[in-house]
Ligand binder design. Structure first.
Ligand code: PLP
Length: 443
C-alpha cells in the first residue's frame, strides 16, 4: 500500500490556489478539446487517495477511468517498472524483442476465458487494440462489416469513433467516419419497453434480425461488444443477450470480440466480465487496468484467428513497451496476490447495499446497477424515467467540492459511476458513500 495517508483531507477550496494557477497555464498551453473532470492538479496518488498540489486528499472513486485498479503507485508495479527503466527503456519489439512482452502474452493466454490455444499482440491504447481486433477479424474472415451496439464506446480514433455510439463529445464535427460499421440494439434492461425480464431474448432477437436483414450475416467480420458497457452508462446487457449473440456469431463464422478495456482485469469481481454468463469470446481487447497506469493494450484470442494477419501487418513503434510490460506483470501479480477479484466483490456488496438504501429515500435514483467495483446510479426526474443530467452534474460537483472524485457517464449524461481502485480501504469507501448520500439530500 502507498505511503500516502489513506485519509480524506480538504485544506483549501477545491480547486485550491496552486491548482488555479496551473489551470491558468494549462488553458493557455493545452488544447481546449482535451477536457478534465476536475480542475485539480495531482501531486501524488496511491491506494484510494489522490493528493493535489494544494495538499488536499481526495477519495478516489475514479481510478483514472478504471485504470489504477491496483492503486496509482502499487509496490509491484513501481518495483518492476523501475527495474526495467534502469535496464532499457525501448528497443522496439519489431526490431529486437524482449521477454516482458512474451511474458505478458503468456499471462493473457492464461487469464482470458477459454482453454483453446491463444495468442496476443500488444499495443498502446484501448482504441488501438480495438482497431487491431477489427484488422485481425477482417483478415481472418475476408469480410468487411463490423457490428456494434447502441450505447457502445470503443475510442476516439477514426475507426473507433465510427464504432462508438454517442455523438457528443466523441464524434461531433469529426467525420467522415469509417464505412462498414452497423449499429444494433443492446439489452438495456432499465429502459426496455416490455421490462427487464423480457429484455435479454427480445433485444437479442431484434439485434440478430437487423444484422441478418440489413447487413447479411455472411458479410460480417466481427461483432464487438462491451460485456458490461462503460461510457454508455454501466449497462449490464440483460441475461441471455450475450450468449445469444455469441451463438449467432458461431453459427455464421463471425468473430465475436469482447471489448473488456474497461470491464476487464478484476474490475467486475471476475478476471473478465464475459465470464459472468460463461461467454467465451474469439478475441478480447484489454487496456486500462492491465498495467497499473502505464500505457498498454492487447488483443488476445484464438491462435488461428490471431495468426491470420501477415507478418508485419500488426504492430507499431511503441506497442508492448518494455516498461509498460514490466508494469503489467506487476499489476497482474498484485491482482493475484491480493485477491482483487474478492476485493471487487466486497466493494460491490458495500456499495450496492448503501446505494439501494439511498434509492428508497431519494426518488431521483432510477436504477442502481453494475458489478464489482464498476457500480453506477442512473438519475431520473422524480416519478419518471426521464433522464436527469442536471441533477447528475450537480451531484458530481457537490462530491468534488467535498473531496470525493466521482465520474459521470451515460448516453443521456445521467449516470453517476463509481470505479474505486480495488485496493481502497473500507473506511474510505464508506466515507465516500456518505458524501454521495449527503449530496443527494441537497440536490
Ligand atoms: C476507454 C475505452 C476504450 C478506449 O481506450 P483508450 O485507451 O482511451 O483509447 C475502448 N473501449 C472501451 C470499452 C473503453 O472503456
Amino acid at each position: 500500500m502507498s505511503a500516502i495517508p489513506q485519509e480524506r483531507r480538504v485544506v483549501t477550496a477545491i480547486p485550491g490556489p496552486k491548482s488555479q494557477e496551473l489551470q491558468t497555464r494549462r488553458i493557455a498551453a493545452v488544447a481546449a478539446g482535451v477536457g478534465s473532470t476536475m480542475p485539480v492538479f495531482a501531486a501524488r496518488a496511491g491506494g484510494g487517495i489522490v493528493e493535489d498540489v494544494d495538499g488536499n486528499r481526495l477519495i478516489d472513486f475514479g481510478s483514472g477511468i478504471a485504470v489504477t485498479t491496483v492503486g496509482s503507485s502499487a509496490e509491484a508495479v513501481v518495483r518492476r517498472a523501475s527495474a526495467q527503466l534502469a535496464d532499457f527503456t525501448h528497443t522496439c519489439f519489431m526490431v529486437t524483442p524482449y521477454e516482458g512482452y512474451v511474458a505478458v502474452a503468456e499471462q493473457l493466454a492464461e487469464l482470458t476465458p477459454g482453454d483453446h490455444a491463444k495468442k496476443s499482440a500488444l499495443f498502446n491504447s484501448g482504441a488501438e487494440a480495438v482497431e487491431n481486433a477489427v484488422k485481425i477479424a477482417r483478415a481472418h474472415t475476408k469480410r468487411q462489416a463490423v457490428i456494434v451496439f447502441d450505447h457502445g464506446y470503443h475510442g476516439r480514433t477514426n475507426l473507433t469513433m465510427a464504432l462508438t455510439s454517442k455523438n457528443m463529445p466523441y464524434k461531433d464535427g469529426f467525420g467522415p467516419f469509417a464505412p462498414e460499421v452497423y449499429r444494433v440494439p443492446v439489452a438495456y434492461g432499465y429502459r426496455w419497453p416490455t421490462g427487464p425480464e423480457n429484455c435479454g431474448p427480445e433485444a437479442a432477437a431484434q439485434a440478430i434480425d437487423q444484422i441478418s436483414k440489413q447487413v447479411g450475416a455472411d458479410n460480417v467480420a466481427a461483432i464487438i461488444i462491451e460485456p458490461l458497457l462503460g461510457e454508455g452508462g454501466f449497462i449490464e446487457p440483460a441475461k441471455g443477450f450475450l450468449p445469444a449473440l455469441r451463438q449467432f456469431a458461431t453459427d455464421h463464422g463471425i468473430v465475436f470480440v469482447a471489448d473488456e478495456i474497461q470491464s476487464g482485469f478484476c474490475r467486475t469481481g471476475q478476471w473478465f466480465a464475459c465470464e459472468d454468463e460463461g461467454v467465451v469470446p474469439d478475441l478480447i481487447t484489454t487496456a486500462k487496468g492491465i498495467a497499473g497506469g502505464l500505457p498498454l493494450s492487447a488483443v488476445t484470442g484464438r491462435a488461428e484467428i490471431m495468426d491470420a494477419a501477415h507478418s508485419g501487418g500488426l504492430g507499431g513503434t511503441y506497442g508492448g513497451n518494455p516498461v509498460a510490460c514490466a508494469a503489467a506483470l506487476g499489476a497482474i501479480e498484485t491482482m493475484k496476490e491480493q485477491d482483487l477479484n474478492g476485493k471487487a466483490k466486497r466493494i460491490e456488496a458495500v456499495m450496492k447495499s448503501r446505494l439501494t438504501a439511498m434509492q428508497e429515500k431519494f426518488d431521483i435514483i432510477g436504477d442502481v446497477r453494475g458489478r464489482g467495483a464498476m457500480i453506477a446510479v442512473e438519475l431520473v426526474k422524480a416519478g419518471t424515467k426521464d433522464p436527469n443530467p442536471e441533477a447528475t452534474a450537480a451531484l458530481a460537483k457537490a462530491c468534488h467540492g467535498e473531496g470525493l472524485l466521482v465520474l459521470t457517464c451515460g448516453t443521456y449524461g445521467n449516470v453517476l459511476r463509481f470505479l474505486p481502485p480495488l485496493v481502497i480501504g473500507e473506511e474510505l469507501l464508506n466515507e465516500g458513500l456518505g458524501i454521495i448520500e449527503e449530496a443527494l439530500a441537497h440536490v
